[in-house]
Design a binder for this molecule. Structure first.
Ligand SMILES: *Cc1c(COP(=O)(O)O)cnc(C)c1O
Length: 428
């Protein structure tokens, strides 16, 4: 594979941007080699500066559920841009997108738009603290909620990769109100609620963790979490930045039938533009300024371009059979590669709807962060390289998941299955 242009760009970038990138995992540190510089996305395919094309399963880390460069999204953005890119005022698209989000996500009665998932989780925690008058909150080990100081504790992939338990620059004061318990461990949660429940404002969690491999909830776990939060007056926040609109129209809360008090959204909701949102119970949301005393603002929040892209995306996701068809693609791939996976004991594949993950481990079920910690990330790096060379772009970290989009074709799945066969043969 020829990557001369990427090499040239990278050698410049490394002197201009920290690590040559604007977000750490993009730098390929955990899989080796240099990051490829992409110049075009078309449907399921990414094309780099040297003209190599790849079937993409990173999908911009989740947002591109319709594939790259979806016609309707592009048209909506172009049409909107002709009338101006930001007004800093109220406008029609905010209302339209809010209506749509509220109609899709079961627990959201009111919503506030922001510019990223990080902003959404940070604001949701502030709101829960403002609403309850309590200071502590619980997060679950391995769940990632963006890079706000007090959430950079036992977080996911980027941190797992660099082996930093926290981040430099996060003070102990910042982290001291963050209580951490393992995901899928209801006893630990019960113990911490018994001990500190009256001081705990919120529990924030990815209902299905997707930033530390893919970990599925044990039977009944999410319902038990809901009950405990209700019992102790703790605000339950589902961080559905990945699972929102992907596991189902209404996200994980619809999929599992569990209603959080607040929900954070990002990624898909912006159709590839920078958008985040948080929403939930009306009585809680009414505490946000200007209705209430909890301050939160944004110069470009809810700007027309981002709202238009979100609207165009969500409308397409509502088309009949959308999620069934996505799931079928993942199932087809899983079925196709079963014989290959059966042949090698040290690799495991799992998926939920259109989210999948490869684990290089002897274990055949993954239920905890410790299971993911035990995976052989050096083997993943070899696998990643073997796949890349065969024209398949996986996220460049073994802690990341893969995503199908509606643009992935049967032919893509055939090619991908063949590449997986060959790559596993090569690395084992
Ligand atoms: C990506 C992600 C975030 C952070 O969103 P940004 O837009 O990158 O700030 C938060 N929570 C989860 C679950 C995510 O996957």
């Amino acid at each position: 594979m020829h990557i001369k242009r990427s090499e040239e760009l990278y050698s410049k970038a490394i002197n201009l941007l920290p690590g040559g990138v604007d977000s750490p995992v993009r730098a390929f540190k955990s899989v080796g080699g240099i990051p490829l510089f992409m110049k075009e996305g078309k449907g399921s395919v990414l094309i780099d500066e040297d003209g190599n094309s790849f079937i993409d399963y990173c999908m911009s880390w989740g947002p591109m559920i319709l594939g790259h460069g979806d016609r309707d999204v592009i048209d909506a953005v172009r049409e909107t841009a002709l009338h101006g890119t930001s007004f800093g005022t109220a406008h029609r698209f905010e209302v339209e997108l809010a209506e749509l989000v509220i109609s899709m996500v079961p627990s959201i009665e009111k919503v506030r738009f922001v510019c990223s998932g990080t902003e959404a989780t940070m604001s949701a925690i502030r709101l829960a603290r403002g609403f309850t008058g309590r200071e502590k909150f619980v997060k679950l080990d391995g769940c990632y909620h963006g890079h706000a100081d007090f959430l950079l504790v036992a977080a996911g992939s980027g941190l797992a990769d660099s082996g930093i338990p926290d981040s430099a620059g996060v003070t102990t004061g910042n982290a001291k109100d963050t209580l951490v318990v393992p995901y899928n461990d209801i006893d630990s949660l019960e113990r911490i609620f018994e001990k500190e429940g009256k001081d705990i404002a919120a529990l924030i969690m990815e209902p299905v963790p997707c930033n530390y491999g893919l970990i599925k909830p044990k039977e009944g776990y999410l319902h038990r979490v809901r009950d405990l939060c209700t019992q102790y007056g703790v605000i339950l926040i589902f961080d559905e930045v990945i699972t929102g609109f992907r596991l189902a129209r209404g996200g994980a809360q619809e999929y599992y039938g569990v209603r959080p008090d607040l929900t954070t959204l990002g990624k898909i909701i912006g159709g590839g533009l920078p958008v985040g949102a948080y929403g939930g119970r009306k009585d809680i949301m009414s505490k946000i300024a200007p209705e209430g005393p909890v301050y939160q603002a944004g110069t470009l929040a809810g700007n027309p371009l981002a709202m238009a892209a979100g609207l165009a995306s969500l409308k397409k996701i509502l088309s009949p059979g959308f999620h069934e068809s996505l799931k079928k693609k993942t199932e087809t791939l899983a079925e196709r590669i079963k014989p290959a996976l059966g042949k090698f004991s040290k690799v495991h594949f799992d998926f939920i709807e259109s989210i999948f993950c490869f684990y290089f481990t002897d274990k055949k079920t993954i239920t905890s962060v410790n299971d993911v910690r035990a995976c052989d990330m050096k083997l993943f790096a070899k696998f990643h390289n073997a796949m890349l060379k065969r024209g398949i772009y996986l996220s460049p970290s073994g802690y990341e998941v893969g995503f199908f989009s509606s643009a992935h074709s049967d032919e893509d799945i055939d090619k991908t299955a063949a590449a997986i066969y060959e790559s596993l043969e090569e690395i084992f």
